[in-house]
Design a protein around this ligand. Sequence first.
Ligand SMILES: Nc1ncnc2c1ncn2[C@@H]1O[C@H](COP(=O)(O)OP(=O)(O)OP(=O)(O)O)[C@@H](O)[C@H]1O
Length: 328
Amino acid sequence: MGEGLEIDHVSVRFGETSAVDDVSLTVPQGQVLAVLGPSGCGKSTLLRVVAGLQRPDRGTVSYDGRDVTGVPTHRRGFALMFQDGQLFGHLDVAGNVAYSLKRQGVSRGETHARVDELLDLVGLPGLGDRRPATLSGGQQQRVALARALAGRPRLLLLDEPLSSLDRSLRDRLGADLRRILADSGTTALLVTHDHDEAFTMADHMAVMRAGQVVQTGPTAQVWRRPADPDVAEFLGYTTLLEGAPADRLVPGAARVALRPQAWRVDPAGAYVATVLSAARTADGVRLRVAVEGVGEVDAVGALEQVPDADDRVRLVPDPVGMAVLPAG
Ligand SMILES: Nc1ncnc2c1ncn2[C@@H]1O[C@H](COP(=O)(O)OP(=O)(O)OP(=O)(O)O)[C@@H](O)[C@H]1O
């Protein structure tokens, strides 16, 4: 049995609802696994089982080969971090970070040094005497991470840690958290409904649907090779091509999923299309077009040239926005 977390055939029922249905997953020592799925798929329940806050009806949770299914939360050596940080407002930043160290009976001097080290790690040196209310949302999440890491947990459990932040901050902090977890060698399980959050923070991904795990693998691999159309749609692919159009785009492929970025308006493009609709977005123009010999797809263009419905445009396909799916 390997080192790290092992979830083995875990099921949880609430009355008629099968919240978690025979889920098995492993998170090897030092790895970050994101469990990605829509609201209600059972990911929070699964996280609660791992944390020891929910007893499974079936199955076991083990760490480093030891069954911890019956071990109380505070004796598992795991730490939790939630979407809204949940810092103690009456304590300053240092007091928040030191919280678990005090409870563990760590000496004052050692606590002081560890708090400084953790505030450095999360990019907030010197902010120890600030109150949480005087920090930005992103800074508060960094403090929450420092607090979670303080007791050197063998496993960090993260429940949508970035979802209360705005988009640009989310991307930046996500990349920072990934680096911090890697630098500290932390083993982590992240649950989220946001594919960007999963992608920025984790090396490996498990996609859940209706209580079950439907795909696992390295994040880039799941991204490039979604198991089925539902997974593809959940990952942000907006169109599915099957049969001849798929084969025309990617020779030999039976099904191809496309992101809007898979087609770019370009006068030099080899494909001819009729514009069905066009809308301005912050990143450019988003089009729905009917491509000759392919079908209806989304496309992107530059804001300088917003076409009208029924206009003819030329398009260049971009493989980066395409994923080949197994035949259905
Ligand atoms: N304590 C409970 N009692 C009854 N049903 C519950 C309970 N907790 C969760 N459920 C149900 O179990 C299913 C899975 O819920 P869960 O919260 O794990 O999903 P989720 O993917 O985390 O969703 P969200 O992202 O919205 O939190 C849902 O159908 C939910 O209604």
